[in-house]
Design a binder for this molecule. Structure first.
Ligand code: GN1
Ligand code: MG
Length: 367
């Protein structure tokens, strides 16, 4: 269901992009937790309209400017056969803008890649290899992109220290009821000082890249015709970051046996077959160009991404659910517990994880 207020705005936005609303059919698209996204069909054409969340993206026009720069870079590479995936791009309005501003609400239109689908889970190792190869291609295509062109859309987005500071201040002002509901996970986070130090130490030695920062499995489009990845989508958080963030987020979203908001955490396990296939293809995608320290950091990244996302969900729960879309009052707490369980499992299986990422199979596996 599209809310009435949103419908009204959609009509104005369609006009701005040169369409007559009465000829268009509009339906909600995707499972994003931040923006509201719609698929528009008109005659034989399809495109995407998106209402940007201005509480999350404080300067939405910078999101659309960053996206234009990235698209131009990827398109230039694609045209020279240096990037096999299809770049996505934004449409311009009648007045040649990359967004529409209606009373301070920002909208944009995105090119729709036809005959594609997204997946939420990986079915087999072949698919895992394709997924990792696509995400590796994306990040490696940005290796020669001038990061100075990009605005830091959400400062400190993947900065653990900053996320912990936000968590501590949310904790101070949270209702007693929410603090009590979250007591056990709050205590657990505060016990993870050693891991936080490990992450901080890495921050001073890792090379900064331009990263996607939201490499979850459903940000990849697959082609209906050959079932191969066609495009990496959602360029909203492309900005300076570390490779361990993109690798870790991909593993986080592909290797848990349950969805990221499932409450059934006692049954959660890690799919190590998928994890191995993803890691091999990802490392191959960078074909020996990673330094030892960057390759090693991927082990930390796999733990860091669920740990940090858990803290972000919990912070939002303590703040009264202002950031992520929720469907019920404890939704953010359930997500936080789920992602913390995933972190715990990765820590428990550290040795196996390290062997896979450093490509040093255990002796008994060789024998
Ligand atoms: C948000 O809206 P979506 O699904 O693209 C979030 C990511 C989280 C993700 C968890 C800007 O992404 O960081 O990893 O939810 N995006 C932002 O599902 O905060
Ligand atoms: Mg996103």
């Amino acid at each position: 269901m599209i809310p009435a207020q949103e419908k009204e705005a959609l009509s104005v936005v369609l006009e701005e992009f040169g369409y007559s609303p009465k000829n268009c059919s509009v339906m909600p698209l995707g499972n994003g937790l931040i923006n509201s996204t719609y698929l528009v069909k008109v005659n034989n054409e399809s495109f995407v309209l998106q209402h940007l969340n201005k509480h999350v993206f404080k300067s939405p026009e910078q999101v659309t400017n960053n996206a234009d720069y990235i698209s131009q870079h990827l398109k230039a590479k694609h045209d020279k056969n240096q990037y096999a995936l299809q770049p996505i791009w934004q449409h311009q309005t009648k007045s040649m803008q990359n967004h529409v501003n209606i009373n301070g609400e920002y909208w944009r239109s995105l090119h729709c890649i036809e005959n594609c689908y997204t997946i939420e889970t990986i079915e087999n190792n072949e698919q895992a290899k394709l997924v990792a190869n696509a995400f590796a291609q994306f990040t490696s295509a940005l290796t020669d992109f001038d990061s100075k062109l990009l605005v830091d859309i959400i400062p400190d987005f993947h900065n653990l220290s900053a996320r912990l500071t936000q968590f501590e201040s949310a904790l101070k002002q949270a209702s007693v009821e929410r603090q009590q509901q979250a007591a056990s996970i709050i205590g657990y986070i505060q016990s993870q000082q050693e891991f936080c130090t490990e992450v901080n130490n890495l921050n001073s030695v890792l090379p900064l890249r331009v990263t996607h920062n939201d490499t979850k499995i459903n940000n990849l489009l697959f082609s209906h015709s050959n079932h191969k990845p066609k495009a990496v989508i959602d360029l909203d958080t492309c900005m300076a970051g570390y490779l361990m963030h993109d690798f870790g987020d991909m593993i986080r979203s592909c290797c848990s046996s349950i969805a990221e908001d499932s409450a059934e955490i006692a049954s959660m396990s890690i799919n190590f077959n998928t994890l191995t296939a993803l890691t091999e293809a990802y490392l191959d995608g960078f074909s020996e160009t990673l330094s030892e320290i960057e390759q090693h950091s991927l082990i930390t990244g796999v733990k860091l991404m669920p740990f940090m996302l858990s803290i972000r969900f919990l912070t939002d729960f303590l703040n009264g659910d202002q950031y992520f879309k929720t469907q019920y009052p404890e939704h953010n707490l359930v997500r936080a517990k789920n992602q913390m369980q995933l972190y715990k499992l990765f820590c428990k299986h550290h040795k196996q994880l390290a062997e896979i990422i450093l490509r040093k199979p255990a002796l008994n596996a060789i024998a």
